[in-house]
Design a protein. Structure first.
Lengths: 122, 630
C-alpha cells in the first residue's frame, strides 16, 4: 500500500486529510510539524510527503530541505494556504505546489500524477 | 592801444575756450565734435587777427568800415554756427545780449532772445543759485557744468551741457559771460544704454522663471525706455528635436493695434523698475503675432533660413531689403511682412541657444548698427539668463520627479503593508475554511433520510467555496510580481556582476579575463534574476580556486541564442557528482545550502534557456549558459 506522510499543524485539518486520503486507499502517517516529520521519515520511508509550510518548531521549507538532502528520491507536494511561497526558490525543490482548498480533488489528483511520474522515471 | 587790448582779450578768451575743451576730453563727449570746435576756433582766431589789422587802418572811411564790419560779422556768424555748439552772451543782469542761430534752433526760439533773461530761454531752475554757471563766473569762480534735456525745433530730444566762461573787458573786469551749450545726446544715450544694459542684466539674472524671463527680455527690446523696437520675436533651440522654435512675441499685431496701443506701450514703462513692476505677461499671450510665432519652427539643418544662419554663425544679421535678400525665404518674409529687420543670436557659453528678431514694422524707423551692437550685448546677457532659468527648470523638474517617486514609494509601502496584512488574514481564515468545507464535503457523501440535511450540507459547501474565491482574489492582490522582464544587454548585466565582485576577485587572487562580443543583441530578461545566476556561478568558480587562478568569461551570440561561458582553472568536479550538481539541496561545500545552482538552472529555464557543465581533471570547470534571442 502507498504510504503518505502528511505534515500539518492544524489538528482538524489533519483529521480531514487523514479521513479523505484513507478513503482513497492510502496509508496515511501524520506529523504536526517539520521536526516530527523528520523523525517519521527515519522510522519509515514514505512513498510521498504532503507538506504544509507555516508550522511551529520547524517550517515546511526547512523540513523539505532536510528530507531531500538525505532522501532525494522522495516526492514532495507542498500544500499550503499561502500562494506566495511559489516565489521562494526553496519551494522549487518540491514536485508540486498546491494552494489549500476545501475542495480536495486537486490534492488527490496531484498525488496520483506525482506518483505516476515517479513510477515512470524509475 | 585799445585795439591791442581787445585783440588780446579775444586771445585770452580763446585760450580759455581751449583749456575748457581740454578739460572736456575724456568725458563722455564726441571726440569729433571737440576737434570741430578746435578747428572752428582756429578759424575764429585767424578772423579776429585779421579784424584787428583792419581796425588799425586809419585811412578807411566810416561807411566802408561799416560795410566791411557787416560782412565780417556775417562771416563770423557762419563760422560760429559751423562750430555746432550753442553760444550766448549774458550781461551782469543775466540778460541775453547775443545768441547764435544753433542755440536758437536747439532751444526752439521763435523770436530773437536778445534782451530776455536767461531763464526765459533756457527754462532753467538754477538761475541765481550757486550751481548756475553764469553766476559762478561773475563771482570770479570756475564754471561748473549743468546738464538738461531740451526739445529742439525739429522735435528732437537732446541732452545738452551748459558751461559758462568769463569775458573780460579792457580793465580785466568781468563784463559778460559766454554760455556754451554742447550737444551731449549721443554720448549721453550711450552711457544711458550701457547703464541700462548693466541693470537689465542684473535684473534678468535674478529671474528664474523661464516664461517670465522671456517676457522681460522682449519687453526690454520693445519698450521705448530701452531699445524701442516695434516688435520682437524670440526663438529658442530645441536640441532634442533639432529645431529652432518660436517661443514668444511682443508687440502689436497690426497697424490698427499699433496705433491704438502704441502710446500706451511707449509711455507705460518709464524706467527699469516700471518694466519689472508692471510686467504683465498675460495680456500678450493671445495676440495673433504671438500665436504665429509659436507656430514658427525651423530645422537646424536648414541654413537657408535667416534665423538659422544667425544662430549657426553666432553673429547678428541686419536685413535691409528682405524682398531682395537671398538670406530671407519667402515664407519668413511673409510671416514678418517687413523689409527691414534684425536677427540677433542668443549665445550662452559660446553656444547658440536661440535668436531674437526685432523690427520697426509700424514706425518704419531704420535700424542703426549702434542699436544692433547694444542689442547684441543685451542678447548675450539674456542668453545667460535663459540658460540659468533652463538649468533651474531642469532642477525643479528633477525635484518634482523625486517628490513623485518618494510619494510612489510611500504608496507602494502602504500597499505592501496592506498586502501583508491581507495575506495574513486571508491565510488565517483559509485554514479553518478548508477544514469546514472539507468535512462538509465528506458529510455530503453519506446518505441522509432527511433531505434537509443534504441541502444544508450543500449550502455549507457552496458558501465555503464563495469565501475561498474571495480569499483567492485578495491573495492574488497581495502576491508579489514574479518575473520582471526588460530588454537588456547581457554583457551589461555581466559587467555589473563583475564590478560587484571586483574586491572578492582581488582578495582571492583571481585574474579575470573578459571576452565579450561587441554586437551581442539585447534580449528580454529579468536583470535581477540573471544577475543572481551570474553571482552564483562566479562564486562557485572562485570557491573552486582557493589558491587563486584564472577566470575566463566569454559572451558570444549566435543566430538564435547567446552563449555565456564561465571557465575556472580550479579543482574539477568529480564525474560521478556532475549529474547531481543541479539537484536542490545537493552540496559538496561544508556550509553550502545546495540551492545556488538549482535555483540558477530554474531561472535560466524560466528564461527559455539551459545550462551545460563540463569539468575535466586539471582543467577546471566550464559552465555554459544558453539564452534564446527571440
Amino acid at each position: 500500500m502507498t504510504t503518505i506522510l502528511l505534515v500539518e499543524d492544524d489538528k482538524n485539518q489533519r483529521l480531514l486529510y487523514e479521513q479523505e486520503l484513507s478513503l482513497e486507499g492510502y496509508e496515511v502517517v501524520t506529523a504536526s510539524n517539520g521536526r516530527e516529520a523528520l523523525e517519521k521519515v527515519q522510522v519509515q520511508l514514505p512513498d510521498i510527503v504532503i507538506m504544509d509550510i507555516n508550522m511551529p518548531k520547524m517550517d515546511g521549507i526547512e523540513a523539505i530541505g532536510k528530507i531531500l538532502s538525505k532522501n532525494k528520491e522522495i516526492p514532495v507536494i507542498i500544500n499550503t494556504a499561502y500562494s506566495n511561497y511559489k516565489d521562494n526558490y526553496m519551494s522549487w525543490a518540491a514536485d508540486a505546489y498546491i494552494v489549500k482548498s476545501s475542495d480536495l480533488s486537486e490534492l488527490k489528483d496531484t498525488i496520483k500524477k506525482v506518483l505516476a511520474n515517479r513510477a515512470e522515471d524509475s | 592801444m585799445n585795439n591791442y587790448h581787445s585783440t588780446s582779450n579775444f586771445n585770452t578768451t580763446i585760450s580759455r575756450l581751449r583749456d575748457l575743451l581740454n578739460e572736456y576730453r575724456g568725458r563722455p563727449l564726441d571726440e569729433n565734435l571737440s576737434e570741430k570746435i578746435e578747428n572752428a576756433f582756429l578759424d575764429l582766431e585767424a578772423g579776429i587777427a585779421g579784424q584787428g589789422a583792419e581796425i588799425t587802418k586809419p585811412s578807411e572811411n566810416t561807411e566802408q568800415q561799416k560795410e566791411r564790419r557787416k560782412f565780417e560779422r556775417r562771416n563770423k556768424d557762419k563760422i560760429v554756427d559751423a562750430i555746432g555748439i550753442g553760444l550766448c552772451l549774458l550781461n551782469k543782469d543775466l540778460k541775453v545780449t547775443w545768441a547764435n542761430q544753433t542755440l536758437c534752433d536747439w532751444l526752439n526760439l521763435k523770436d530773437s532772445p536778445v534782451g530776455n533773461t536767461c531763464h526765459d530761454i533756457y527754462h532753467c531752475d538754477e538761475i541765481g543759485t550757486a550751481v548756475c554757471p553764469a553766476v559762478n563766473v561773475f563771482n570770479g569762480n570756475v564754471s561748473n557744468i549743468i546738464e538738461t534735456w531740451i526739445e529742439s525745433k525739429n522735435r528732437k530730444k537732446m541732452c545738452v551741457h551748459h558751461v559758462a566762461m568769463p569775458i573780460l573787458d579792457a580793465d580785466r573786469y568781468i563784463n559778460e559771460a559766454l554760455i556754451l551749450t554742447i550737444d551731449a545726446t549721443e554720448s549721453e544715450k550711450t552711457v544711458h544704454r550701457l547703464l541700462l544694459l548693466q541693470r537689465l542684466g542684473q535684473a534678468m539674472q535674478g529671474i528664474l522663471h523661464l516664461d517670465k524671463l522671456l517676457h522681460l527680455i522682449l519687453t526690454c527690446v520693445t519698450s521705448g525706455y530701452a531699445f524701442g523696437f516695434n516688435r520682437a520675436l524670440l526663438f529658442l533651440i530645441n536640441k532634442e528635436l533639432n529645431v529652432l522654435n518660436g517661443k514668444l512675441a511682443v508687440g502689436p499685431s497690426s497697424h490698427e493695434e499699433a496705433h491704438q496701443i502704441w502710446k500706451d506701450i511707449s509711455n507705460k514703462y518709464g524706467s527699469l523698475k516700471d518694466i519689472l513692476d508692471k510686467l504683465d505677461y498675460s495680456h500678450n499671450i493671445d495676440t495673433p503675432l504671438n500665436t504665429m510665432t509659436k507656430l514658427m519652427v525651423y530645422s537646424l539643418s536648414d541654413t537657408k533660413e535667416v534665423v538659422i544662419l544667425c544662430a549657426k554663425e553666432k553673429k547678428p544679421i541686419i536685413i535691409k531689403e528682405a524682398h531682395n535678400d537671398p538670406r530671407v525665404t519667402e515664407e519668413f518674409r511673409k510671416a514678418l511682412r517687413v523689409d527691414e529687420f534684425v536677427c540677433v543670436p542668443l549665445i550662452a557659453k559660446n553656444k547658440p541657444i536661440g535668436v531674437i528678431v526685432a523690427d520697426n514694422a509700424y514706425t518704419g524707423e531704420p535700424i542703426s548698427e549702434d542699436y544692433v551692437n547694444i542689442l547684441t550685448m543685451f542678447a548675450n546677457q539674456a542668453a545667460l539668463a535663459i540658460e540659468n532659468a533652463g538649468t533651474y527648470k531642469r532642477l525643479e523638474d528633477k525635484i518634482n520627479q523625486l517628490t513623485e517617486t518618494q510619494q510612489r514609494l510611500i504608496r507602494s509601502e502602504k500597499m505592501a503593508a496592506i498586502g501583508s496584512m491581507l495575506s495574513y488574514i486571508a491565510h488565517e481564515i483559509r485554514n479553518p475554511l478548508v477544514t469546514i468545507g472539507g468535512f462538509a464535503k465528506t458529510l455530503s457523501r453519506f446518505t441522509f433520510t432527511d433531505s434537509k440535511i443534504t441541502t444544508n450540507i450543500d449550502i455549507i459547501i457552496e458558501e465555503v467555496k464563495r469565501l475561498e474565491k474571495i480569499l483567492n482574489n485578495i491573495t492574488d492582490f497581495a502576491k508579489p510580481s514574479t518575473l520582471e522582464k526588460v530588454d537588456m544587454q547581457i554583457c551589461e548585466v555581466m559587467e555589473n556582476t563583475c564590478i560587484l565582485m571586483e574586491n572578492y576577485f582581488q582578495e582571492k587572487n583571481i585574474k579575470l579575463h573578459k571576452e565579450f562580443e561587441t554586437d551581442v543583441p539585447s534580449i528580454s530578461i529579468d536583470p535581477a534574476q540573471i544577475k543572481q545566476v551570474f553571482l552564483n556561478i562566479l562564486i562557485n568558480a572562485v570557491e573552486a580556486m582557493p589558491d587563486g587562478g584564472d577566470l575566463n568569461i566569454s559572451i558570444k551570440s549566435g543566430i538564435e541564442s547567446i552563449e555565456i561561458d564561465i571557465t575556472d582553472s580550479g579543482k574539477s568536479i568529480p564525474q560521478d557528482l556532475l549529474q547531481n550538481i543541479f539537484d536542490p539541496f545537493f552540496t559538496t561545500k561544508p556550509n553550502g545550502t545546495g540551492v545556488g545552482l538549482s535555483v540558477s538552472l530554474k531561472i535560466i529555464e524560466n528564461h527559455g534557456g539551459n545550462i551545460a557543465v563540463e569539468s575535466k581533471h586539471g582543467k577546471g570547470t566550464r559552465m555554459s549558459l544558453i539564452l534564446p534571442i527571440k
